[in-house]
Every structure is written in structure tokens, then in C-alpha cells.
Ligand binder design. Structure first.
Ligand code: PGA
Length: 247
């Protein structure tokens, strides 16, 4: 694992975007795995800037998102379809035919999850998967206790995750109880990983992820087993690390 500790969120976002931009320039038909949440927003803003000012071309890129809430239609302003459209896709020249997100409204969820896995495989696998992390150590919606070999499936959200996400909904009861999420195994199949974490609320989870033992109770710890994983943190998220890391 390459662990980079950056001075602040802006620097973290720029560094993350540079890694993605470099890949897209080298391989224009890259398969990128995107994540939602507040942490990757700065990185997405920087990708938009690179597209506008430096002509970074996404027209041949294929994208797969990590997860989506069950029962939210793509038009719902808290759906991850909406999030990606508003915060990234409508600002860059990604081809909508090459954009994949799990469908929260799928009738047959299990069949849809199998289909999603098949699409990833058909596209040749994910070149680079972006990840945020929950304060409880989840990656995507793989909550503590998730099988480290899991594939795309439906998961029940924990109380802490629903509380953390309640800030985006009018009423806390509106936060969906279930999500479709890539599994930990699906994520680990990506050829490279880029995990970003910002703020002291993530410091405990990051200490466990980087320096703790691998355990399904902190699903992000499996990243230690990946051969090409980069973790970018700001100083606050790195504040509980005991080792010395590069900047
Ligand atoms: P955040 O969410 O980036 O909004 O903190 C990350 C996550 O829960 O995976």
C-alpha cells in the first residue's frame, strides 16, 4: 500500500485526480470505479477542471459505481444516480452508454446483482476503483461483518451509516434501510484501488485500515492485501497513525 498524507483536503483531491487523469491519458478506454459520499467531491471537481481546461477526455471511459440505495429511483435527489450525474457526469464528456450504477428499483435484486458483476467482467474488469471509507470502516456499503470475499448483493445498512447519511435527507426515517453494493471481493478484483479519507472522524478507521489486523469487522482492512492500493489522507484523517508515511 502506498500511503500518502497530504496537508489538506484540496491537496488530497488534486493528488487523487492526478492519479486518475494519468490513467485516462495512458489508457483512454479505462474502466473506472466511482464512489459517492462527500470525500470524493473535491477529486471530482478537479477532474471537471482538467476536462474543461486541459481537455481530459472521458469519451471512451467506462464507469461502474460502487452502490445504490434500494427503493430510490434514479431521479431521486438522494440517489447515487443523481449524485453522479450532478457532481460529475453532466460536467464531463463521459458517454452515458458506458455508465453503470446498480439499479435501486430492480425488481429481481439478486438477478440484477449477477448482471452487474457480469457487466464488470464483460468490460474487462475495473482498472481503478475509487473508495471512500465509513467511520465504521465500511467500503461501499460493505458494513462491518461483511464477508471479505463477497460479491455484488443487497446489504442492510447499519444504524451508524443511516445516521451518518441522514444529513442528506429531510427526515431520518427517509434514509433507505438497504442498498445494493459491490462486494469486498468485487472491489478487490479491481486492478488498482484509490482510497481517500478526510477529517478526524475517519482517523480511527484509517488507523485500523493501515496499521490494524485484517478483519471483516473493519472491511477496509482488506485493502492491505491488494497489490496496487494507494491511500490518500489529509492530516486529520492521518492523526492516529503511528508509522511514518510519505507526503
Ligand atoms: P463520506 O462517506 O465520504 O461522505 O464520509 C464515505 C463512506 O461512507 O463510504
Amino acid at each position: 500500500m502506498l500511503v500518502l498524507v497530504k496537508s489538506d483536503y484540496e491537496e488530497l483531491s488534486r493528488t487523487g485526480a492526478q492519479i486518475i487523469a494519468e490513467l485516462v491519458r495512458k489508457k483512454p478506454n479505462s474502466v473506472l470505479g466511482f464512489a459517492t459520499g462527500s470525500t470524493p467531491l473535491g477529486l471530482y471537481r478537479e477532474l471537471i477542471r482538467l476536462h474543461r481546461n486541459e481537455g481530459l477526455d472521458f469519451s471512451k471511459v467506462t464507469t461502474f459505481n460502487l452502490d445504490e440505495y434500494v427503493s430510490l429511483p434514479p431521479e431521486h435527489d438522494q440517489s447515487y444516480h443523481y449524485f453522479m450525474r450532478e457532481n460529475l457526469f453532466k460536467h464531463i464528456n463521459v458517454d452515458r452508454r458506458f455508465v453503470y450504477l446498480p439499479m435501486g428499483m430492480a425488481q429481481d435484486v439478486a438477478a440484477h446483482c449477477d448482471w452487474y458483476e457480469e457487466q464488470i467482467e464483460k468490460c474487462g474488469g475495473i482498472d481503478l476503483q475509487i473508495l471512500g471509507i465509513g467511520a465504521n470502516g465500511h467500503i461501499a456499503f460493505n458494513e462491518p461483518g461483511s464477508s471479505l470475499g463477497s460479491r455484488t448483493r443487497i446489504k442492510t445498512l447499519t444504524g451508524t451509516t443511516r445516521e451518518a447519511n441522514a444529513r442528506f435527507f429531510k427526515k431520518s426515517e427517509e434514509v433507505p434501510k438497504y442498498a445494493i453494493t459491490m462486494g469486498v471481493g468485487t472491489i478487490m478484483d479491481a486492478r488498482s484501488l484509490l482510497l481517500v479519507a478526510s477529517g478526524e472522524g475517519k482517523a480511527g478507521a484509517m488507523q485500523a485500515t493501515i496499521e490494524g489486523p485484517i478483519t471483516a469487522m473493519v472491511p477496509a482492512t482488506i485493502v492491505q492485501m491488494h497489490r496496487r492500493a494507494t491511500i490518500i489522507l489529509d492530516r486529520e484523517a492521518a492523526s492516529k497513525l503511528t508509522g511514518i508515511y510519505t507526503d
